[in-house]
Design a protein around this ligand. Structure first.
Ligand code: BG6
Length: 458
């Protein structure tokens, strides 16, 4: 069967500043943490050892062209642009981003730019990070500066990438700095992130720029183990905590009432100011980026909560390991292709069918060198992964979902936070020692799909 996509469908990939650029002066929380606890990073590889986009941006953009990308998302590093987060703008950073943006446009690759992809300037973390409302204001100023500097040539902006991840990693589950485990502080960080998002949207609207502004959320559809009311309730609460805590404010301009009531009943709500509600209502977006990697399967808890343990989302559910689920064993994530369709249908039916696109989807695999044939990685599994997801996305579009494109994570193998280079995601293989880039089979497949705006599958 032939799967054809609408005209002007966005074909591309996503990356982020910290994971690719290297060579940076402004310190981030990642540099600080790595200097103190290198053992937390796979093979002790830290955020300065990246795919050197800062040096190779021009030839890398040629590679994007070879992959027939018509669009590409990356982020601006707040710490590179404004090293202390709030003071002087670094003119070298302005030159760098100007060159990248201009070259992308010249090559016919539309730049999609994210303002914050997990990389908090250390100077901002030193004053409390997202727990401090001054950081919200500093971020709004940074966003405004970006719009003024680049808004004439960047027409697709994203305030945050996966804003729940720094909340989970930094304040609940100990996989990002500052390694706090405290739900109320996590809720404060999440809440202030939404305020920061809304302030950036407000600034963008006030500037009457030509483009559009949105956010990128990692949506993990919550599937209950069974239709037993206890399982269904568990899935509903997981959905409130992990999806709707960001989805509702940015699409509906308000939080779900049952999420607020739940946190209130456990005395976990962040401090709110009366004017916050108006600001959040102004943060409604033009375009939603959806990152989809895995579903979330849950069941009701099997055991009682330890009342001495810190309050956690898991007070309300257990993870459910569905027998027979398909796994990506390297990342430990389930692969469930229909999830992409369920997300789109939910957006269509419950959120007014917003303009959206798949902003990340991908498969990280370890030791891909074992698949080299005639000098090239033959990553058949990645082609299967993409084409299966695309067939479900296609079904969603054919049923009226407003999905405008598909971006993969990522174009060149890059540095993945604590996993460093353990799992490789790229269309292009990176030799870490020589920095040589070699297109994988999946890159060729994607280039052909993008060119034809379609692919064939049994
Ligand atoms: C997304 C992020 O969560 O998934 C990326 O936006 C990240 O920054 C990607 O690299 C893959 O996840 P991981 O943890 O394997 O790097």
């Amino acid at each position: 069967m032939k799967y054809a996509f609408p005209d002007n469908f966005w074909w591309g990939s996503a990356s982020s500043a910290l994971q690719t650029e290297g060579a940076r002066e402004g310190e981030t929380t990642w540099d600080y943490w790595f200097a103190r606890e290198p053992n937390r990073f796979h093979n002790g590889v830290g955020p300065q050892q990246t795919s050197t986009f800062y040096q190779h941006w021009k030839t890398d953009i040629q590679l994007l062209k070879q992959l027939n990308h018509n669009s590409f998302r990356t982020s601006i590093s707040w710490a590179r642009l404004i090293p202390d987060g709030i003071g002087e703008v670094n003119p070298e950073a302005v030159d760098f981003y100007n060159q990248v943006i201009d070259e992308l446009n010249e090559q016919g690759i539309t730049p999609f730019i994210t303002l914050f992809h997990f990389d908090m300037p250390m100077a901002m973390q030193d004053i409390g990070g997202w727990e401090n409302r001054d950081v919200v204001d500093a971020y709004a100023r940074y966003a405004q500066i970006c719009f003024e500097l680049f808004g004439d040539r960047v027409l697709h902006w994203f305030t945050f990438n996966e804003p729940i991840v720094p909340v989970e990693g930094g304040y609940l589950y100990d996989f990002h700095y500052p390694n706090v485990v405290d739900f109320q502080r996590a809720a404060t960080v999440a809440y202030h992130t939404v305020l920061a998002h809304a302030k950036a949207v407000q600034a963008y609207r006030a500037g009457h720029y030509a483009g559009e502004i949105g956010i990128v959320l990692n949506l993990t559809p919550s599937y209950p183990r069974s239709q037993n009311p206890a399982d269904v309730k568990a899935a509903h609460i997981a959905d409130l905590m992990f999806n709707r805590s960001f989805l509702d404010p940015v699409l509906r301009g308000e939080y779900p009432a049952d999420l607020v009531a739940l946190l209130k009943s456990y005395d976990q709500l962040p401090a709110c100011k009366p004017e916050d509600g108006f600001l959040i209502a102004e943060g409604k977006i033009d375009l939603l980026g959806v990152n989809y990697y895995q579903p979330r399967r849950v069941k009701c808890r099997d055991s009682a909560v330890n009342p001495q343990a810190p309050f956690m989302p898991e007070w309300f559910f257990d993870s459910y390991e569905m027998p027979g689920r398909k796994m990506n064993p390297y990342r430990g994530w389930e692969i469930y292709e229909p999830g992409i369709y369920d997300i789109l249908v939910n957006l269509r039916d419950n959120y007014g069918n917003p303009r959206c696109f798949i902003s990340e989807n991908g498969m990280g695999v370890e030791n891909e060198q074992r698949f080299i044939e005639n000098g090239q990685i033959n990553d058949r599994y990645r082609i299967d992964f993409i084409s299966e997801h695309l067939s479900w996305l296609h079904k969603g579009i054919s049923e009226g979902c407003n999905c405008l494109g598909y971006h993969m994570w990522t174009f060149i193998d890059n540095w993945s936070w604590c996993n460093a280079y353990k799992n490789r995601y790229g269309f292009i293989q990176l030799d870490l020692k020589t920095q040589q880039r070699t297109i994988k089979k999946s890159g060729e497949w994607f280039a052909a799909t993008a060119l034809n705006n379609s692919f064939d599958k049994e």
